[in-house]
Ligand binder design. Structure first.
Ligand code: SAM
Length: 341
């Protein structure tokens, strides 16, 4: 019988996002807008064997979905070797990765061969000048190459777009058309006030309702896809059958069904993107804790989880950026690029 452990809100521990590095080769304005960053000490970064050991602890407690992320996961050397080892574990039903696509084209084949099941590529704009100002790097051509190579290898490819009013909110239709051309599914993500989003402001968020209005006025009626799922995206169909998703974490959070938690590259475990503190799993792991002791720590932590971070943010009155820059510098674990998106 499958193991299920529940938190105080009856949410199962099921979905683990593993950040394999805090380093990134882009500087997206919604994630890493500052001129400089404090990186995790190299010695603290978990080796593959250590990551595997922790992931095995999680799967023994019911996790069956693992997503590799970062930072930029493709910056981690030998990533296919880790994927191969994880893909051989039958307990992991869904092994996915989120990448910015810059380094993808030459690696896509080996990721597929290693056994990666699913892929999500971040793509916020199709315009080279806009890409440069959004990410501070002139890398759109390499990202588009990566998408072209990966799309046939990973059926059901997802393209994630963070939508920012006044920045890329005029590209919703173009992105849907682009995704359709690659048999991919675009997911529009509301701009969130998480971690290092130091330029966030509510007027820059394009709410789900407005995204839908704009798409309906272009395409005609948009119908919700009715499905029971804990996935963050609500999916919709256009009149011609094209499906897209919206992740409305900012204006319509879904904490009630959140079964996700996040492991940083140095082994801290966070139960909510908005959480101020994580559980240090590296210290006991490196201190010789047994698998049973680690499992006991994870279980005990999950069973008292009550986080509803996005809902609490929604309820806060004077909502502005979440964390001041000096605090982010003191604790890089508060950053989205450390926690993994
Ligand atoms: N480097 C990889 C990438 O670009 O996809 C993986 C890590 S990145 C932190 C993962 C995702 O985090 C991005 O695609 C984006 O969707 C999300 N993200 C980061 N900051 C965000 C913000 N302020 N609001 C919404 N999503 C954000």
């Amino acid at each position: 019988m499958a193991v299920v452990i529940l938190d105080t809100q009856q949410r199962p521990l099921r979905n683990l996002r593993v950040s394999v590095t805090d380093r990134c080769n882009l500087r997206c304005s919604y994630c890493m807008p500052e001129p400089e960053y404090v990186w995790l000490p190299r010695d603290d970064i978990l080796h593959f064997e250590e990551l595997e050991r922790l992931i095995d602890v999680f799967t023994s407690l019911g996790v069956d979905k693992v997503r590799l992320t970062g930072g930029e996961p493709l910056l981690r050397r030998d990533l296919p070797a880790l994927i191969r080892r994880l893909a051989s574990r039958s307990a992991i039903r869904d092994l996915a990765m989120t990448t910015n696509g810059v380094l993808l084209a030459p690696q896509a084949e080996s990721l597929r061969e290693a056994g990666l099941h699913r892929l999500t590529i971040s793509l916020d704009t199709l315009r080279p000048d806009r890409f440069r100002s959004l990410t501070r790097f002139d890398e759109l051509p390499r990202v588009l190459d990566g998408i072209a190579v990966a799309a046939p290898l990973f059926p059901g490819l997802k393209l994630d777009t963070v939508v920012i009013r006044g920045v890329n909110d005029d590209e919703l239709v173009d992105l849907i058309e682009f995704a359709r051309g690659h048999r991919a599914e675009v997911r529009f993500i509301e701009y969130m006030d998480v971690g290092g989003a130091t330029h966030w402001a509510m007027p820059r968020v394009l709410p789900r309702s407005e995204m839908l209005d704009r798409l309906q006025s272009h395409y005609g009626p948009v119908e919700p896809v009715l499905e029971a799922s804990s996935a963050p995206a609500d999916r919709y169909t256009l009149p011609d059958g094209t499906v897209f998703g919206i992740i409305s974490s900012t204006t319509e959070p879904f904490c009630h069904s959140c079964d996700r938690s996040r492991l940083t590259a140095d082994g801290l475990w966070y139960l909510c993107l908005y959480a101020a503190h994580g559980t240090d799993l590296r210290r006991p792991l490196r201190g010789g804790a047994t698998t049973e002791q680690l499992a006991q720590l994870v279980r005990a932590t999950w069973e008292v989880r009550s986080d509803r971070g996005a809902e609490e943010r929604l309820a806060s009155r004077d909502r502005s950026t979440l964390i001041p820059v000096d605090r982010l510098k003191r604790d890089p674990h508060l950053e989205m690029h450390t926690r993994g998106g």
